[in-house]
Unconditional design. Structure first.
Length: 338
């Protein structure tokens, strides 16, 4: 088995959804794992607000001994090995985990969703992200969302009301609201949530700072729509402390370490009655389609990463009626851009 990794830079569409203080590039590591004529593809997406870098991911991969990973892959043992190499570096683990899942499915001539026992018929609608920006740019961004039935709007600035008003001049699609810890007062937040509910919001991600568990618990108890943990949630160990604080969680492969830990999170979160969103970073089709294979086991999806890029190295996912379509190709189902 041969592991090959190379740095890559993903470029976000500009100016759509890009505020002045937002970088329009995201660093990644693209991975290929080769075995017996098959190639598994993986990706480590590294947005600047997370601690990992291309250098740290490459350093992790260089420590991995392929002889420690035998086929057929036992992902519990593989992740025990990864965690022995480094207790952190979740994006690095994710890119290898994704590539190994893709490889195993191809060797077994299965789709990834078959390997994971996911039912494509249960795929939730995905959302198209509207970043913080001026009203005219918000309107232009909404025009790009025709394939999607839901909009995910970033709030948490002094432009909140202006942004919602701009969206509603052109679209009445239901909203997922992502505040990114931007609201500070729980009572003002609750007032805003009721207004947003009336404007078509179906859920709120991370309205208050992640450390504010008591205030968030109060807000969640009184909110007319579910409050989901994003920044406050990373790995399966976080579930216990968030029970009774949030109604749901946002699962991202880059935060938790890949497909295997995400599947374990989803399984446990369901037993704890959490709502679950499968989310993404500014990822290419590689990581997004890996997450999409798990999305049918979730309540919500936010998997628009490839549609926000100018240089996705793989063909964009196919959309039908606002949902990502899982194709019948073996593995993740990726097609490289020629």
């Amino acid at each position: 088995m041969i592991i090959h990794a190379k740095p890559f830079t993903l470029t976000l569409k500009n100016p759509f959804g890009i505020s002045k203080n937002t970088r329009n590039e995201t660093q990644t590591i693209m991975v290929e794992i080769k075995k017996d004529g098959f190639i598994g593809f993986g990706e480590a997406c590294l947005p600047p607000y997370l601690p990992e870098t291309q250098k740290s991911v490459l350093a992790f991969i260089q420590k991995i001994d392929p002889k420690e990973i035998s086929y057929p892959f036992d992902f519990e043992l593989i992740h025990d090995y990864f965690n022995h190499v480094d207790s952190e570096n979740f994006s690095a683990k994710a890119c290898l985990d994704i590539a190994l899942h893709d490889l195993m499915a191809k060797i077994e001539n299965k789709t990834l969703f078959q390997l994971l026992n996911s039912n494509p018929d249960k795929m939730p609608y995905s959302a198209f992200t509207i970043g913080i920006d001026k009203s005219d740019m918000i309107i232009e961004k909404v025009k790009q969302s025709s394939a999607f039935r839901y909009l995910k709007v970033k709030l948490g600035s002094d432009k909140d009301d202006e942004m919602i008003a701009a969206i509603r001049t052109i679209s009445f699609k239901p909203l997922y609201v992502d505040v990114n810890e931007g609201w500070k007062d729980k009572r003002k937040a609750l007032e805003q949530i009721f207004r947003l509910r009336d404007d078509g919001a179906k859920l709120i991600e991370q309205p208050l700072p992640k450390a504010e568990l008591i205030d968030t618990s109060w807000l969640s108890e009184n909110s007319p729509i579910p409050i989901l943990a994003d920044e406050a949630f990373q790995t399966i160990e976080d579930l216990e402390k968030l029970q009774g604080v949030y109604k749901g969680i946002v699962v991202k492969l880059m935060k938790c370490g890949g497909i295997y830990p995400a599947s374990k999170i989803i399984e446990k979160a369901k037993m704890m009655d959490f709502k679950i969103m499968m989310g993404c970073m500014n990822e290419s089709s590689c990581a997004v389609m890996a997450g999409a294979a798990l999305a049918p086991n979730c309540n919500y999806a936010d998997l628009d990463g490839p549609f926000l890029l100018t240089n996705n190295p793989f063909v964009n996912p196919k959309m039908a009626d606002g949902k990502i379509v899982l194709n019948n190709n073996a593995g993740i189902g990726l097609v490289k851009v020629e």
